[in-house]
Write a protein that binds this ligand. Structure first.
Ligand code: ACO
Length: 401
């Protein structure tokens, strides 16, 4: 609900809209989302077609530069990214300073922000050439950071990028190759990852993307803005939900698998408990990404020969919730995070890396939105407030309080 309240300083009327539920912050040409109809398009292209036919780097190019690339443009983009996958050796020293139990999202945001120190020109030089260089560097180095954060948590030596591999396969190599045993990237795993990254690549003005735009509106650099976006994504009500979904499904399984009991718990407002992976600020119908992921889930687990009992629990939970008046009235459907964790686990990705995977996918969207905001020369983001604190009072000496 919107509340209109007069400002005490007589500067006019402001809208009070907690959580910006009805407030548009910008005009954008990147992503179209119709929450009532369950439609999602990147630059006009339906998400279903992109997930089926495209590659993650092609989608990244589309989001950032506005059009699908020609073959020559795509080759050049891909090769430039490949030439930047290595990271400065001193960044490894920063990584070495993190304890093994550091959450990889904290490590990732720190390493992304550290790029401002290694490329100080990225802070001040706003020329097109420099911005393009910042963009390819970030796309190239994020998978390296993400895989290295995982290796650090395992106490394993890091793997350097293999540039003959495609984007997703290179990431899998850096995650899973061990010095003692080689690792052959399974194309089923690499294709599944490609699809998941595409599905996460942009979602208009969500919490992390708005954060990137707000931080960038002060003319902060791309690296510091994206680092802030990673932190916003981390929270359990946003990207962090994918980790919590699988933990919740495991807990339901350990509790005997009675899904109805957990639906009842979620309806009890005093429980402070929510069904993670259900509900969305904009979708009041099925999240189209969840539909695609649910379909892919059966297919990928079958192809990999993985039998994960939580997949059945997830399906039963969905069935129980979708037939419950509480969920029907509030239009709470499974969102993108509900089934993604089951696929990540089947691909061998550990639970606390799930939100990092989301960040890898969302990166092109953050970049595109940061770039658009700068090109549109938007003013600094600076919301107003309605002051409800003490009225004027005199200072009292500490001895008299
Ligand atoms: N379980 C139980 N009840 C829920 C849930 C849920 N998952 N989600 C919303 N509700 C209820 C709320 O309690 C509220 O009920 P009320 O009207 O009786 O007070 C009503 O549905 C509306 O919920 P809000 O929190 O007001 O909706 P909002 O748009 O602010 O929040 C959000 C959306 C954060 C996604 C919410 O649905 C939620 O917390 N879901 C679980 C976390 C999750 O899956 N997050 C991932 C979102 S997708 C993404 O970021 C990629």
């Amino acid at each position: 609900a919107i509340d209109i309240a007069p400002l005490r300083d007589k500067s006019g009327y402001i809208t009070l809209d907690y959580g910006f539920k009805n407030t548009g912050s910008t005009k954008s040409a990147i992503t179209f989302l119709d929450g009532e109809e369950g439609i999602l398009r990147y630059r006009g292209y339906p998400i279903e077609q992109l997930a089926e036919k495209s590659s993650f780097l092609e989608v990244a190019y589309l989001l950032i530069y506005g059009e699908l690339p020609s073959q020559a443009e795509l080759d050049q983009f891909t090769n430039t990214i490949k030439s930047h996958t290595l990271v400065h050796e001193d960044i490894r020293k920063i990584l070495d300073g993190f304890p093994a139990n550091a959450h990889p999202m904290g490590v990732l945001s720190s390493l992304v922000c550290s790029l401002t120190a290694f490329y100080p020109e990225s802070i001040t030089d706003r020329s097109k050439e420099q911005v393009d260089l910042n963009i390819v560097r970030l796309l190239a180095k994020m998978p390296t950071f993400a895989a290295w954060a995982f290796k650090n948590s395992m106490g394993h030596p890091v793997n350097y990028p293999k540039n003959k591999l495609d984007y997703c396969s290179n990431f899998l190599h850096m995650m899973f190759s061990l010095p003692v045993e080689g690792y052959e990237v399974d194309p089923v795993v690499s294709d599944a990852l490609n699809k998941l990254l595409i599905l996460h690549a942009d979602h208009e003005q969500n919490c992390s993307t708005s954060t990137v735009r707000v931080v960038g509106s002060s003319k902060a650099s791309l690296y510091s803005s994206v680092s802030a976006g990673i932190n916003a994504l981390w929270g359990p009500l946003h990207g962090g939900a994918n980790q919590e979904v699988i933990e919740q499904l495991d807990a339901i399984k350990a509790d005997g698998g009675n899904t109805q009991k957990w639906v009842e718990k979620a309806k009890d407002k005093n429980s402070g408990f929510r069904l993670m992976g259900f509900g969305h600020r904009v979708y009041k119908n099925f999240d189209p990404r969840a539909k695609i992921i649910k379909g892919a889930c059966d297919q990928i687990l079958n192809k990999l020969g993985v039998n994960d009992p939580v997949l059945n629990i997830a399906k039963e939970l969905e069935e129980a919730a979708l037939n419950d008046p509480y969920f029907i009235e509030r239009k709470l459907y499974p969102n993108v995070d509900f089934y993604s964790g089951i696929i990540y686990r089947a691909l061998g990705i550990p639970t606390d890396m799930f939100t990092v995977m989301f960040a890898l996918g969302r990166l092109p969207g953050w970049i595109a939105q940061w770039k658009e905001m700068n090109e549109q020369k938007e003013p600094i983001s600076r919301p107003r407030q309605i002051y409800v604190g003490a009225t004027l009072r005199d200072y009292v000496d500490v001895t008299k309080r």
